[in-house]
Write a protein that binds this ligand. Structure first.
Ligand code: FES
Length: 562
């Protein structure tokens, strides 16, 4: 009874450690474990399965495979559930709950006896929440993503959630697609378990977890239903046992250099704008910050290599077959810090000694013949966004990236819903649509930045307009959409001072976003702004009082490392 085992870690405090150990083992034995099994190193398996999360449907199968790997490598796997964030089932937004899940993950890792943890997640906010929690908990951790969905078919056309969801919805709004057709399309958009089939936020974060070194090499893009996904789960379990012996805490993997490598990959894959928020939050958990001006430097020197929806043609299953993240890293090699280590202990240099066996150049281009010569994301600054805003330039209409137009302002989501399709709305194709009060405090930062083209203009064939907000945009969406404007409207940010008819100027060349008003005029409007009331209780109150701006990853102020 005197020998310390994995189960002896973090004993419940009764003022008598020997009694606590004896009691814990007695209760663990009630689950049928032998004494020898309880002496093994314990690998926690954090799962986020839920009937409100379609993407995580195969979590039980993955958990079984992870446990097989842990047992085979001499550990004892113990599964524990955490909150699950199913993107489309949460209100007001999934981002609001990312920090709640991160706290759940962190506290349960820290509170329970485990020498390492496997994090099984996938849907948009779950991987960042798990990484945030694990980094702060400081226990050796390894990420296993559930993998992307396969594509469906509609009348011979390949469809994948959720770029094609939006494309068909836009065609339905413009009258090109009928009611029965849109209903039939609904049946074919999401046809298997797994995360969205394009380079949306979930796929982006899966690739970034691999690029950061927090998941096994080659694991990000394997489809959810592929047998390799189970083999990766088994290998992840085995790796977790080795990681527990090495004792490598996540902050030794998530370094400044690893974060810059991850940003390079984000840019090269044409990844989601949401990833900028999540990487900023992860950086804050290890005492670093993600400088948006540095993002621009990296963006100007990193080509887009991957031809995937929403900006290109292909789907995640094609990306996997084409060579996946390994092929991208190989192309980016001259730009990467090769001394970064992954959870396997291997440096990137050691990993990249093995070139990919095959690369499909239709999907993953070479460094010398990229899909686009510069990175997909850009930060803009100006009197409308003193702390920055994000534009996915790879998804923007080239004719709109140098633009001046009249603002058409919506004061919030309700106003947008009430007026966007009003036939009387005074709006022209060269106007700039502005959505206010949709930032982290204002509305939980919904993915509402992809404002619909007003129905009258959509029917006339207008496909894109400049749209500006303090909201986010789904990683699966596209268009000339300027997001994450900070400071947000609800805390007095200048975007909230804009009125319909003001002139707005966007210049990607100059990295500027400005309203053509004097500072004096802005100051007089600012004096009249009232802040929204703080909710009276519960998580909503904690959130409203503690959430930081988009440039700091919308983390809570008290969760960042000082
Ligand atoms: Fe889960 Fe898209 S809904 S990844």
């Amino acid at each position: 009874m005197s020998r310390r085992t994995g189960l002896d870690e973090r004993l419940t405090n009764y003022g008598d450690p020997a009694f606590a150990r004896y009691l814990r083992r007695a209760f663990a034995k009630s689950m049928g474990y032998s004494g020898q099994m309880l002496d093994r190193p314990i690998v926690g398996v954090a799962t986020a399965a839920s009937d409100f999360n379609n993407c995580h449907r195969l979590t039980p199968e993955l958990t079984e495979a992870v446990e097989r790997g842990v047992l085979g490598a001499g550990g004892l796997p113990l599964e524990f559930p955490t909150i699950s964030l199913g993107e489309v089932f949460l209100s007001p937004t999934s981002l609001v709950f990312r920090n709640l899940m991160a706290m759940d993950v962190e506290e349960m890792i820290r509170a329970q006896p485990m020498s390492a943890v496997v994090l099984i997640g996938g849907c948009d906010k779950t991987v960042p929440a798990q990484l945030l929690g694990a980094v702060s908990a400081g226990v050796p951790a390894i990420q296993l993503v559930v993998g992307p969905m396969m594509t469906g078919r509609y009348r011979g056309e390949r469809l994948g959630a959720c770029t094609d969801c939006r494309r068909f919805w836009a065609r339905y709004r413009s009258g090109e697609v009928s009611e029965p057709e849109i209903t039939a399309v609904e049946d074919t958009l999401a046809v298997t378990a797994g995360t969205c089939a394009v380079m949306g936020t979930a796929s982006t974060m899966a690739c970034l977890a691999e690029a950061l070194g927090m998941s096994l090499p080659g694991s990000a893009a394997v489809p959810a239903v592929h047998a390799d996904r189970l083999r990766i789960a088994e290998a992840t379990g085995a790796e977790a046992v080795r990681l527990s012996a090495a004792g490598t805490a996540p902050d030794r993997i998530v370094t400044r250099q690893a974060l810059e490598n991850a940003i390079r990959v984000l840019l090269a894959i044409g990844g989601s704008t949401n990833a900028v928020i999540h990487l900023a939050a992860i950086a804050g958990r290890v005492g670093l910050s993600l400088d948006l001006r540095r993002l621009n430097e990296l963006s100007d020197s990193t080509p887009v290599l991957v031809d995937l929806k929403p900006t290109g043609q292909h789907y995640m299953e094609d990306f996997h077959a084409a060579g996946g993240v390994h092929a991208v890293l190989h192309e980016l090699r001259p730009l990467l810090d090769l001394q970064c280590r992954s959870v396997t202990g291997e440096t990137l240099e050691e990993r990249l000694r093995h070139p990919p066996a095959f690369v499909d150049r239709a999907v993953i281009r070479s460094f010398d013949e990229p899909f686009q010569p510069v990175g997909g994301l850009l930060a803009l600054f100006g009197n409308l966004a003193p702390n920055g805003a994000i534009l996915k330039r790879s998804a923007a209409d080239a004719r709109l990236v140098e633009h001046e137009g009249r603002a058409v302002v919506f004061a919030g989501l309700d106003d947008l819903a009430a007026r966007i399709d009003d036939p009387e709305l005074d709006v022209r194709a060269d106007d700039v649509l502005v959505l206010q009060n949709a930032g982290p405090v204002g509305a939980g930062m919904p993915e509402a930045g992809y404002l619909p083209i007003p129905a009258r203009l959509a029917r006339a064939g207008v496909k894109d307009m400049v749209r500006i907000s303090d909201a986010r945009m789904s990683g699966t969406a596209f268009g000339t959409v300027i997001l994450h404007v900070s400071p947000e409207c609800a805390i007095g940010g200048p975007l909230g001072l804009v009125r319909s008819g003001d002139r707005i100027r966007v210049s990607v060349k100059e990295r500027r976003l400005d309203v053509l008003l004097t500072e004096r005029e802005l100051a007089s409007r600012r004096a009249a702004v009232a802040r929204p009331p703080v909710p009276a209780r519960g998580y909503a109150r904690l959130y409203a009082q503690s959430v930081l701006g988009a440039e700091l990853g919308c983390d809570f102020d008290f969760l960042r490392r000082a």
